[in-house]
Design a protein around this ligand. Structure first.
Ligand code: SF4
Ligand code: SF4
Length: 451
């Protein structure tokens, strides 16, 4: 990039392609055009235009410059457009409260940094700490006092393993139902399902709970990833038996209110995991595979990450979102910020066992965005919302700016629990690889337009 020209060229199969982010155009180009664009990148816009070459390819590129397809980045300042609306959004617009009801967990999982028995990182290590009812009640009150504009509310329970504190969940549900008389609201919980029993299941059905079960799939995968913390025993049989109990008690509830979030490593076979659920009559839309961090208690990134990511196709929902982005006419403005960051606290408010606020469970090792005693720390909220400022110079000229979905959770150094520019930059390159992959899949599926 010279003279602020921001574009991306790449080769796919026999063909060359050009993506120009500001008019948002993906174009097939000839090899001659491709070479000309390399000249343009090398010389910069002003020098290139002075070359006045006779070749058709040169003339075509000049036309693209004149028609503002190839254009300088209009972005002069990285600032999130919602920065000035943070206060009213947090004052009146909360709609999703997540309560960390315990830090304790009865599982030890390969990919979970919380599970390390030897970890000297006390902040991350599982601790036998439980939220008190007083903290849960004050959190619900906080939601009540800051949700005037919200149409529908959700209260969700998270851990560790939240069923270790089922009594608190029951009390909190009863309290919320007492105070929220005129609002529609739902409950949710993410659980490993090992402690579920019939009483709990009936309670969840009665109170319309949405359950996310973290079962990693077939017995081999689940047992390899997830052991009981106390004795190292396999977990699949108990979890699967409890899943069957939900089905037996109320199959309609199971289909409409239960989803599965298996977690696998990038070098594992997602088809095998999906196949397990399908063969047990669980439809694809009830299963959403998540990829584990490249670090875990006995797993470390082995260098094949990129290769394996390259082999997997983009999940359908992500493909659709990226296709919408590619078709968007949204102009990019002088003040801009890549998409990705939520308004911390407003999209979700995660309250830890001690009453500290975080944007979500993925960010609870970072500095908090407030607490139950003092309310929100607006500056910390604005800093997280404007995470683009961390890589401001790169973002201003980034060809992937329309597609970028990085948020503060992808900028955390897991060693220091701090926001880190290097981590963000590493995720930038993953992000860009993914966009190129999308372009290639999109081309294979749909594209027939060339220069
Ligand atoms: S993952 Fe990022 S965007 Fe999503 S809730 Fe957490 S902080 Fe917000
Ligand atoms: S990929 Fe990186 S440089 Fe590009 S917009 Fe996103 S954060 Fe900024």
């Amino acid at each position: 990039m010279i003279n602020n020209i921001t574009l991306k060229t790449f080769v796919h199969g026999e063909n060359c392609y050009l993506y120009c982010p500001f008019p948002n155009k993906l174009i097939r180009i000839s090899k001659e055009h491709y070479s000309e664009i390399k000249f343009l990148e090398r010389y910069g816009l002003d020098c290139y235009l002075k070359l006045e070459k006779e070749s058709q390819a040169y003339k075509d590129i000049v036309v693209l410059i004149q028609k503002k397809v190839i254009v300088e980045s209009p972005i002069k300042r990285i600032e999130h457009p919602l920065t000035n609306y943070v206060e009213p959004l947090l004052d009146r617009g909360l709609n999703f409260l997540i309560l960390q009801v315990t830090k304790d967990c009865n599982f030890s999982c390969r990919y979970c940094l919380f599970a390390s028995k030897s970890s000297d990182n006390l902040k991350l290590n599982h601790q036998s700490n439980y939220m008190s009812f007083d903290t849960a009640r004050r959190s619900v009150d906080f939601l009540y006092n800051h949700s005037q504009d919200a149409k529908e509310l959700m209260i969700s329970f998270y851990g560790g393993e939240p069923l270790l504190n089922f009594d608190l969940i029951r009390q909190t549900v009863e309290y919320a139902k007492k105070i929220f008389v005129s609002k529609k609201f739902k409950f949710g919980m993410t659980t490993n399902a090992s402690l579920l029993n019939e009483t709990m299941i009936n309670f969840f059905i009665e109170h319309n709970f949405y359950l996310t079960i973290s079962l990693d799939g077939d017995p081999q995968t689940q047992n390899c990833h997830r052991k009981f913390y106390a004795n190292g025993y396999d977990t699949f049989d108990i979890v699967w038996n409890n899943v069957q109990t939900i089905r037996k008690i109320n199959n309609d509830y199971f289909i409409s209110h239960v989803v599965f979030h298996p977690v696998i490593f990038v070098d594992e076979d997602n088809d095998k995991v999906m196949g397990f659920f399908q063969s047990n009559g669980i439809s694809n839309d009830m299963v959403s595979i998540q990829y584990a961090n490249t670090q875990g208690i006995d797993y470390t990134f082995n260098g094949v990450f990129r290769e394996n990511i390259e082999k997997k196709s983009i999940p359908i929902s992500d493909f659709k979102k990226m296709e919408e982005t590619l078709k968007s006419n949204l102009p990019i403005l002088v003040n801009w910020h890549h998409s990705g960051p939520c308004v911390p606290g407003a999209l979700r408010l995660y309250v830890d066992i001690a009453g500290n606020f975080f944007p979500c469970e993925k960010t609870c090792s970072l500095v908090s965005i407030g607490n139950l005693d003092q309310g929100f720390c607006i500056q910390n909220v604005k800093d997280m919302l404007n995470i683009g400022k961390l890589t401001s110079d790169n973002c201003k000229h980034c060809w992937a700016v329309r597609f970028c979905s990085l948020c503060v959770s992808q900028c955390v150094d897991l060693g220091t629990n701090k926001i880190d520019k290097g981590v963000k930059t590493w995720n930038c390159s993953k992000q860009k690889d993914n966009v190129i992959k999308f372009f290639k899949e999109y081309i294979d599926k749909t594209m027939d337009y060339s220069l």
